[in-house]
Design a protein around this ligand. Structure first.
Ligand code: GRF
Length: 208
Protein backbone atom coordinates (compact mmCIF):
# COMPACT_ATOMS: atom_id res chain seq x y z
CA UNK A 1 0.00 0.00 0.00
CA UNK A 2 1.41 3.36 -1.03
CA UNK A 3 2.15 5.57 1.96
CA UNK A 4 1.19 9.20 1.53
CA UNK A 5 2.05 12.41 3.38
CA UNK A 6 -0.19 15.45 2.99
CA UNK A 7 1.28 18.93 3.47
CA UNK A 8 -1.31 21.62 4.24
CA UNK A 9 -1.20 25.15 5.63
CA UNK A 10 -4.87 26.06 5.93
CA UNK A 11 -8.44 24.86 6.36
CA UNK A 12 -7.64 21.49 4.79
CA UNK A 13 -10.76 20.77 2.76
CA UNK A 14 -8.70 18.99 0.09
CA UNK A 15 -6.97 16.99 2.82
CA UNK A 16 -10.43 15.98 4.06
CA UNK A 17 -11.47 15.00 0.53
CA UNK A 18 -8.38 12.79 0.24
CA UNK A 19 -8.95 11.22 3.66
CA UNK A 20 -12.58 10.49 2.81
CA UNK A 21 -11.60 9.07 -0.57
CA UNK A 22 -9.07 6.82 1.12
CA UNK A 23 -11.82 5.45 3.39
CA UNK A 24 -14.02 4.89 0.35
CA UNK A 25 -11.20 2.98 -1.36
CA UNK A 26 -10.90 5.43 -4.25
CA UNK A 27 -7.10 5.07 -4.41
CA UNK A 28 -4.81 2.27 -3.23
CA UNK A 29 -2.91 4.27 -0.63
CA UNK A 30 -2.88 5.31 2.99
CA UNK A 31 -2.38 8.81 4.33
CA UNK A 32 0.14 8.19 7.08
CA UNK A 33 1.17 11.74 7.93
CA UNK A 34 -0.01 15.34 7.91
CA UNK A 35 2.66 18.02 7.99
CA UNK A 36 2.00 21.72 8.34
CA UNK A 37 3.99 24.92 8.64
CA UNK A 38 1.07 26.54 10.50
CA UNK A 39 0.22 25.58 14.05
CA UNK A 40 -3.32 26.89 13.61
CA UNK A 41 -4.06 25.00 10.38
CA UNK A 42 -7.59 23.60 10.29
CA UNK A 43 -6.03 20.49 8.78
CA UNK A 44 -4.91 19.40 12.29
CA UNK A 45 -8.53 18.95 13.40
CA UNK A 46 -9.19 16.81 10.35
CA UNK A 47 -6.09 14.71 11.05
CA UNK A 48 -7.40 14.10 14.58
CA UNK A 49 -10.81 13.15 13.24
CA UNK A 50 -9.30 10.59 10.86
CA UNK A 51 -6.62 9.35 13.27
CA UNK A 52 -3.79 10.50 11.01
CA UNK A 53 -0.49 11.35 12.76
CA UNK A 54 0.25 15.06 12.38
CA UNK A 55 3.25 17.26 12.92
CA UNK A 56 3.78 21.00 12.93
CA UNK A 57 7.17 21.95 11.50
CA UNK A 58 7.38 25.68 11.82
CA UNK A 59 8.92 27.95 9.24
CA UNK A 60 9.61 31.29 10.80
CA UNK A 61 10.77 33.05 7.64
CA UNK A 62 8.19 35.07 5.83
CA UNK A 63 9.30 34.20 2.34
CA UNK A 64 7.40 31.52 0.48
CA UNK A 65 10.33 29.21 -0.23
CA UNK A 66 11.04 26.74 2.57
CA UNK A 67 14.31 27.35 4.31
CA UNK A 68 16.64 24.37 3.47
CA UNK A 69 17.02 23.48 7.15
CA UNK A 70 13.28 23.45 7.69
CA UNK A 71 12.84 21.45 4.52
CA UNK A 72 15.26 18.84 5.89
CA UNK A 73 12.87 18.52 8.83
CA UNK A 74 10.01 17.79 6.44
CA UNK A 75 12.15 15.26 4.60
CA UNK A 76 13.18 13.55 7.84
CA UNK A 77 9.54 13.28 8.96
CA UNK A 78 8.58 11.74 5.60
CA UNK A 79 11.46 9.27 5.75
CA UNK A 80 10.62 8.37 9.35
CA UNK A 81 7.06 7.51 8.25
CA UNK A 82 8.32 5.61 5.16
CA UNK A 83 6.37 7.93 2.87
CA UNK A 84 6.22 7.08 -0.86
CA UNK A 85 4.21 10.03 -2.22
CA UNK A 86 3.56 13.59 -1.06
CA UNK A 87 0.33 15.50 -1.73
CA UNK A 88 0.37 19.26 -1.30
CA UNK A 89 -3.09 20.47 -0.31
CA UNK A 90 -3.03 24.20 0.19
CA UNK A 91 0.59 24.15 1.37
CA UNK A 92 1.69 27.76 1.10
CA UNK A 93 5.44 27.13 0.83
CA UNK A 94 7.56 26.38 -2.22
CA UNK A 95 9.52 23.14 -2.02
CA UNK A 96 13.20 23.02 -2.90
CA UNK A 97 15.82 20.46 -3.80
CA UNK A 98 15.88 18.26 -0.65
CA UNK A 99 12.25 17.14 -0.97
CA UNK A 100 11.99 17.28 -4.75
CA UNK A 101 15.11 15.15 -5.28
CA UNK A 102 14.06 12.61 -2.67
CA UNK A 103 10.53 12.39 -4.14
CA UNK A 104 11.23 13.00 -7.82
CA UNK A 105 7.94 12.88 -9.78
CA UNK A 106 6.17 11.73 -6.60
CA UNK A 107 4.86 15.08 -5.32
CA UNK A 108 1.38 16.22 -6.35
CA UNK A 109 -0.26 19.61 -5.98
CA UNK A 110 -3.75 20.93 -6.67
CA UNK A 111 -4.20 24.42 -8.06
CA UNK A 112 -7.51 26.30 -8.51
CA UNK A 113 -7.14 27.29 -12.18
CA UNK A 114 -6.60 25.69 -15.55
CA UNK A 115 -2.82 25.89 -15.67
CA UNK A 116 -0.78 27.35 -17.23
CA UNK A 117 -3.27 30.18 -16.82
CA UNK A 118 -3.27 31.98 -13.50
CA UNK A 119 -0.48 30.36 -11.45
CA UNK A 120 0.35 31.68 -8.00
CA UNK A 121 -1.86 33.18 -5.32
CA UNK A 122 -5.59 33.99 -5.62
CA UNK A 123 -5.93 32.10 -8.89
CA UNK A 124 -9.74 32.18 -8.82
CA UNK A 125 -9.77 35.93 -8.33
CA UNK A 126 -7.13 36.40 -11.02
CA UNK A 127 -9.31 34.42 -13.46
CA UNK A 128 -12.51 36.24 -12.52
CA UNK A 129 -10.87 39.66 -12.78
CA UNK A 130 -9.49 38.74 -16.20
CA UNK A 131 -13.02 38.02 -17.36
CA UNK A 132 -12.65 34.36 -18.28
CA UNK A 133 -15.82 32.40 -19.05
CA UNK A 134 -14.28 29.06 -18.09
CA UNK A 135 -11.80 28.26 -15.35
CA UNK A 136 -11.23 25.14 -13.27
CA UNK A 137 -8.63 23.19 -11.36
CA UNK A 138 -5.44 21.28 -12.10
CA UNK A 139 -3.62 18.45 -10.36
CA UNK A 140 0.03 18.42 -11.37
CA UNK A 141 3.39 16.99 -10.39
CA UNK A 142 5.51 19.49 -8.52
CA UNK A 143 8.75 20.76 -9.98
CA UNK A 144 10.98 23.63 -8.87
CA UNK A 145 8.74 26.31 -10.36
CA UNK A 146 5.49 27.76 -9.07
CA UNK A 147 2.58 25.69 -10.43
CA UNK A 148 4.64 24.71 -13.48
CA UNK A 149 4.92 20.92 -13.17
CA UNK A 150 3.51 18.28 -15.57
CA UNK A 151 -0.28 18.09 -15.59
CA UNK A 152 -2.04 14.94 -14.34
CA UNK A 153 -5.71 15.95 -14.65
CA UNK A 154 -7.77 19.09 -15.12
CA UNK A 155 -11.44 19.90 -14.73
CA UNK A 156 -13.22 22.88 -16.23
CA UNK A 157 -15.85 25.02 -14.50
CA UNK A 158 -18.07 27.44 -16.45
CA UNK A 159 -18.62 30.90 -15.02
CA UNK A 160 -22.15 32.27 -15.18
CA UNK A 161 -22.45 35.99 -16.07
CA UNK A 162 -23.84 37.06 -12.70
CA UNK A 163 -21.32 35.13 -10.61
CA UNK A 164 -18.60 36.79 -8.54
CA UNK A 165 -15.10 35.61 -7.67
CA UNK A 166 -16.27 33.92 -4.47
CA UNK A 167 -18.92 31.92 -6.30
CA UNK A 168 -16.37 30.86 -8.88
CA UNK A 169 -13.98 29.80 -6.09
CA UNK A 170 -16.74 27.73 -4.47
CA UNK A 171 -17.58 25.96 -7.72
CA UNK A 172 -13.91 25.24 -8.38
CA UNK A 173 -13.37 23.95 -4.83
CA UNK A 174 -16.22 21.45 -5.21
CA UNK A 175 -14.48 20.08 -8.31
CA UNK A 176 -11.09 20.05 -6.58
CA UNK A 177 -12.48 17.66 -3.99
CA UNK A 178 -13.41 15.21 -6.75
CA UNK A 179 -10.39 15.74 -8.96
CA UNK A 180 -7.61 15.28 -6.39
CA UNK A 181 -8.58 11.75 -5.30
CA UNK A 182 -9.15 10.81 -8.94
CA UNK A 183 -5.71 12.11 -9.96
CA UNK A 184 -4.09 10.28 -7.06
CA UNK A 185 -5.80 7.07 -8.14
CA UNK A 186 -4.56 7.62 -11.68
CA UNK A 187 -0.89 8.07 -10.78
CA UNK A 188 -0.95 5.19 -8.30
CA UNK A 189 -2.68 2.66 -10.52
CA UNK A 190 -1.47 3.26 -14.06
CA UNK A 191 1.82 2.67 -15.83
CA UNK A 192 2.30 6.31 -16.75
CA UNK A 193 5.41 7.77 -18.22
CA UNK A 194 6.86 11.21 -18.79
CA UNK A 195 7.71 12.58 -22.22
CA UNK A 196 9.31 15.96 -21.71
CA UNK A 197 6.83 17.85 -19.62
CA UNK A 198 3.87 15.66 -20.70
CA UNK A 199 2.54 12.75 -18.71
CA UNK A 200 1.27 9.86 -20.82
CA UNK A 201 -1.38 7.60 -19.30
CA UNK A 202 -2.40 4.34 -20.98
CA UNK A 203 -5.91 4.83 -22.36
CA UNK A 204 -7.54 1.81 -20.67
CA UNK A 205 -6.40 2.85 -17.21
CA UNK A 206 -7.54 6.42 -17.70
CA UNK A 207 -10.99 5.22 -18.70
CA UNK A 208 -11.20 2.48 -16.11
C1 GRF B 1 -7.26 25.10 -2.70
O1 GRF B 1 -8.02 26.00 -3.47
C2 GRF B 1 -6.13 24.55 -3.50
O2 GRF B 1 -6.41 24.42 -4.86
C3 GRF B 1 -5.06 25.59 -3.30
O3 GRF B 1 -5.20 26.00 -1.97
C4 GRF B 1 -6.56 25.82 -1.55
C5 GRF B 1 -6.51 24.98 -0.31
O4 GRF B 1 -7.78 24.84 0.25
N1 GRF B 1 -3.74 25.04 -3.59
P1 GRF B 1 -8.01 23.76 1.39
O5 GRF B 1 -7.07 24.10 2.53
O6 GRF B 1 -7.72 22.41 0.81
O7 GRF B 1 -9.44 23.91 1.80
Amino acid sequence: MTRIAVLASGRGSNFRALAEAERAGVFPGQIVLLLSDREDAGAFEIAKEFGIPALHISETRRRARLDPETESGYLAACREASVDWICLAGFMRILGQPLLSAFEDRVLNIHPSLLPSFPGLDAQKQAWSYGVKVSGCTVHLVDRGIDTGPIVLQRAVALDPDEGADELAGKILAQEHLLYPEALRLVLTSEWRREGRCLIFPQSEKDG
